[in-house]
Ligand binder design. Structure first.
Ligand code: XMP
Length: 215
């Protein structure tokens, strides 16, 4: 099984489906974010599922009061999303509102430099909350493998770590996996390449090699 998640951050429906088809055999799942959903509409979720048969993760990073989180997540799950990503910093009630509707992934730390300002100091509390709520997984930064190891050491076994920041943001898939990540999220390095299928294949087989070495 693949451990690679494609972050499909393009605007247009046709381009998204074309890249998804070319890369599908190397992916575990496809992650959609606001750029694609805003321009192509929520229907893109079913279309991607239909074109590839893969799970779709809706990375909306929901960060609102429980009722609004629930109103949004309901429509996204109804549209066919398998997982929804929520921010944890808004607190347990806002996260539980989404978890009550379907499989949820909680952001406990982010991959960009600014994450050190506010999110990183809150990570310990966010991990504690994740351990209590037991979501499908958490998001942790591939740009800081040391933080993945730290998060893995505190996180309940069975809660997966999904890690963005590989490629365009400078993180390395192998280091993230060695640090304890379960799935690697890659966007621009695949969808901006001349041959997305070949790029996805390269990353996928690279991941396999690293995992074989860890066994
Ligand atoms: P790139 O093009 O940088 O795309 O490979 C990365 C994708 O992942 C999202 N992203 C994050 N999501 N926490 C998250 O929940 C993070 O720290 C984080 N960093 C990147 C980004 O929006 C894009 O879709």
């Amino acid at each position: 099984m693949s451990r690679l998640i494609l972050a499909l951050d393009v605007y247009e429906r046709r381009k998204a489906v074309e890249i998804a088809r070319k890369t599908a055999e190397y992916l575990w799942a496809i992650k959609v974010n606001w750029p694609l959903i805003m321009v192509s509409g929520l229907g893109i979720i079913r279309e991607l599922r239909g074109a590839t048969g893969l799970p779709v993760i809706a990375d909306l990073k929901l960060a609102d009061i429980p009722n609004t989180n629930r109103l949004i997540a309901r429509k996204v799950f109804e549209a066919g999303a398998d997982y929804v990503i929520v921010h944890g910093f808004t607190g347990r009630d806002s996260v539980e509102a989404v978890m009550g509707l379907g499989d949820t992934i909680i952001v406990v730390e982010m991959s960009h430099p600014g994450a050190e300002e506010f999110i990183q100091p809150a990570t310990d509390g966010l991990i504690r909350m994740a351990n209590e709520l037991e979501p499908f997984g958490v998001v942790a930064p591939a740009t800081r493998p040391g933080r993945i190891s730290y998060i893995r050491s505190k996180l309940k076994p069975g809660i997966r770590i999904l890690t963005p920041g590989v490629g365009a943001q400078g993180g390395k898939a192998g280091e993230a996996l060695k640090a304890g990540a379960d799935y690697v999220i890659v966007g621009r390095s695949i969808y901006e390449s001349d041959d997305p299928g070949e790029s996805a294949a390269g990353i996928h087989w690279g991941i396999h090699k690293v995992l074989d070495g860890l066994r």
